[in-house]
Design a protein around this ligand. Structure first.
Ligand SMILES: Nc1ncnc2c1ncn2[C@@H]1O[C@H](COP(=O)(O)OP(=O)(O)O)[C@@H](O)[C@H]1O
Ligand SMILES: N[C@@H](CC(=O)OP(=O)(O)O)C(=O)O
Length: 446
């Protein structure tokens, strides 16, 4: 059975990583549809090619020379070409990029070149066909993926008898203009390719052995999660577990294709399986009550105070209309009898905050309005939590024991996640406290 297989930037950071990729790909003839990110960081001091390309763009915009940054990128690819003995004409490719930039500068074109160049090198190294993503990954003009068109183009342009390498992260608009996805978007490209070819599994290779209960940069040697549902994954990725882009779920979910997150540096580790329904496997091997603990900083809460607000029909609609007018999406809406809060990402609201507060005051005849910034949202996710009465109480008292002030609480009716607002400065301590209480101690007891 065939597989779609995506390598993240960490997996193609240099020639040594390319060698590991080749071993992985050749170990299984089913690994036919290969998607690659741009070269990532080789070490702490190194930089991702995509970051360097964005930096070049900033220099161009300010009219400052970008030569030295561009040269760093050239050197990275030349190291790969020379060490692996490739013949791809990179000098010509770099000359073309420079020429295009001098004629008509397009940010999306420039930052997509990392994936394009990595794809060219990897295709030659794997003796595979190279298929430029601009020919097969199609967006609507509103920026959303045109999945039907991608299926059609991919099926028409991939030779079924050959292995193919497709660069991730970018595609094109109907008029052919290159467009990139949001950061981390190669995961979405891999998922689109998996969907188009109805593969058995979508393997996503990175530098960790799957999803861990918490970010390994915060918790030393966190427990690895053997399996997780699509919906848990969405919540964890959206709330900061950036192993996989949160939108990568949709194309594979449509065809019920599992995602297997694997470690390029430890290919023998089975990684994490992400699937629609884990119930059968959970019966044989019950999961931890908590699947994952994650969090994101920099939210703003706007709290509107008005007596009997919860009894006033239409209040919510009027408040939300103000946010809609400014095109601000909302994260959550905690309500009490006399207050009503709206949580949004600070970066989305900062430009319009004063206008929004003024309009809310005017339209809703409030008793008071309070704005709190610098809030972090901590998400505790777990499909097994609903079988555990009192979980939210235990989580809150764990935070209380650590003197962590709780600013908002939100629990969806499916009881799969509890989202708690804390001060930005308390986020890491909060994650550590919950991990210690529910994972480290549970592990000792098991
Ligand atoms: N819960 C988590 N489990 C595993 N990794 C996590 C988690 N939260 C954050 N990460 C981070 O995600 C990183 C992998 O994603 P990313 O840097 O995008 O890799 P790639 O370049 O391979 O696409 C890991 O190195 C890790 O630091
Ligand atoms: N290179 C792009 C797209 C991507 O998906 O990268 P990675 O797989 O390394 O997260 C970025 O840095 O955003």
């Amino acid at each position: 059975m065939n597989k779609a297989i995506k390598f993240g930037g960490s997996s193609v950071a240099n020639s040594e990583q390319f060698k590991k990729v080749k071993q992985i790909v050749l170990a299984d003839p089913g690994r036919k549809y290969v998607v690659t990110s741009a070269c990532g960081k080789s070490g702490q001091e190194d930089h991702k090619v995509t970051d360097l390309l964005y930096l070049c763009a900033a220099h161009i915009n300010y009219g400052v020379s970008y030569d030295s940054i561009f040269q760093t990128i050239v050197d990275k690819y030349m190291e790969i070409k020379q060490t692996l003995g490739l013949t791809v004409d990179l000098a010509a490719e770099f000359a073309k990029i420079r020429q295009n930039l001098s004629r008509d500068f397009s940010l999306d074109y420039l930052v997509s070149r990392g994936e394009y160049l990595t794809g060219l090198c990897l295709a030659e190294y794997l003796d595979a066909d190279f298929l430029d993503a601009s020919r097969v990954i199609r967006f609507h003009y509103d920026g959303t993926v045109d999945l039907k068109k991608c299926q059609e183009l991919l099926k028409a342009q991939v030779d079924p008898g050959r292995r193919v390498v497709i660069p991730g992260f970018y595609g094109s608009l109907p008029n052919g203009v290159i467009k990139v996805m949001s950061r981390g978007g190669s995961d979405i490209t891999g998922s689109i390719v998996a969907n188009a070819f109805d593969v058995e599994v979508y393997e996503n290779w990175t530098d960790v052995s799957g999803f861990y209960v918490a970010d390994p940069r915060l918790i030393k040697n966190p427990v690895q999660i053997p399996r997780i549902t699509y919906s848990e994954l969405r919540q964890m990725s959206y709330m900061g577990a950036n192993v996989l882009h949160d939108d990568a779920v949709f194309p594979v979910r449509q065809k019920n294709i599992p995602i297997n997150v694997r470690n390029t540096n430890h290919p023998q580790n089975p990684g994490t399986m992400i699937m629609n329904d884990c119930r059968d496997l959970d019966e044989q091997d019950p999961p931890h009550v908590i699947t994952g603990i994650t969090g994101k900083e920099d939210f703003t809460v706007i709290t509107m105070v008005k007596s009997h607000v919860s009894a006033e029909a239409g209040f919510l609609r009027k408040a939300l209309a103000v946010f809609e007018k400014f095109q601000i999406s909302i994260e959550s809406v905690p309500v009490t009898v006399d207050t009503f809060s709206i949580v949004v990402q600070s970066k989305k609201i900062e430009r319009y905050l004063y206008e929004i507060v003024a309009e809310l005051k005017k339209d809703l005849h409030l008793d008071d309005i309070q704005v709190e910034s610098h809030l972090a949202m901590l998400a505790v996710v777990g499909r097994a939590m609903k079988q555990m009465p009192g979980m939210s109480g235990k989580i809150l008292s764990t935070l209380g024991d650590q003197q962590i002030n709780i600013r908002t609480i939100n629990q969806a009716c499916d009881e799969q996640s509890i989202v708690i607002g804390v001060d930005n400065r308390d986020l890491v301590e909060a994650i550590k406290a919950i991990y210690q209480q529910f994972i480290s101690e549970e592990r000792v007891e098991r």
